[in-house]
Design a protein around this ligand. Structure first.
Ligand SMILES: [Zn+2]
Length: 178
């Protein structure tokens, strides 16, 4: 890995310092909000939430800080048809997109070794990493994880009967480390 994983807000601050970025008040506000909300937000969402919290910050400042943070690899940026969304996680991870609300859930999906080996055999490539984009609608059968995910969820696919294990939310091996 090129840089150590950012696991906490403090790690994000440290990473800023390591790459020579000044930790201005505005930059801290943007990072704090992303780590608190743990959603994928537009620049406008972030601007509005900070100002409604009584944090005086200009729209241009929010936008410039988001761009600087994402180009330094400290936060995530997703290109959507409706514009860019920013998230607190910078490590490789998968997404589940709700077709009803458009909200995006972070997931750590671990594909079974046998599937990866088969893909390698079929393509002639050595798979070094993957991220998945899944889409779906909330299931009536069980309450979906919705709203503001408090943490990302680890998920080992193909783990028969391991549903409870998969719901614990622990970090399973990150897909980039295969
Ligand atoms: Zn994400």
């Amino acid at each position: 890995m090129a840089s150590p994983a950012i696991a906490t807000l403090q790690d994000a601050y440290r990473q800023c310092r390591d790459v020579g970025m000044r930790l201005s008040r505005q930059r801290r506000l943007v990072l704090e909000l992303l780590w608190r909300e743990k959603e994928h937000l537009s620049a406008r969402d972030i601007f509005e939430r900070l100002n409604s919290d009584g944090r005086s910050i200009g729209h241009t400042s929010v936008y410039q800080n988001l761009e600087a943070l994402q180009s330094a690899g400290i936060i995530e940026c997703i290109e959507r048809a409706s514009g860019r969304l920013y998230g607190y996680r910078s490590d490789p991870h998968s997404h589940l997109i709700c077709e009803a609300s458009g909200s995006i859930l972070d997931l750590d999906v671990v594909l079974p070794e046998a599937l990866l080996l088969r893909i390698e055999a079929e393509t002639g490539y050595c798979i070094t990493g993957y991220t998945l984009q899944l889409s779906g609608t909330p299931s009536a059968a069980r309450s979906p994880i919705s709203g503001r995910p408090a943490e990302s969820r680890g998920m080992a696919m193909g783990n028969a009967g391991g549903e409870d294990d998969a719901r614990q939310g622990n970090h399973l091996p990150v897909q980039g480390d295969l």
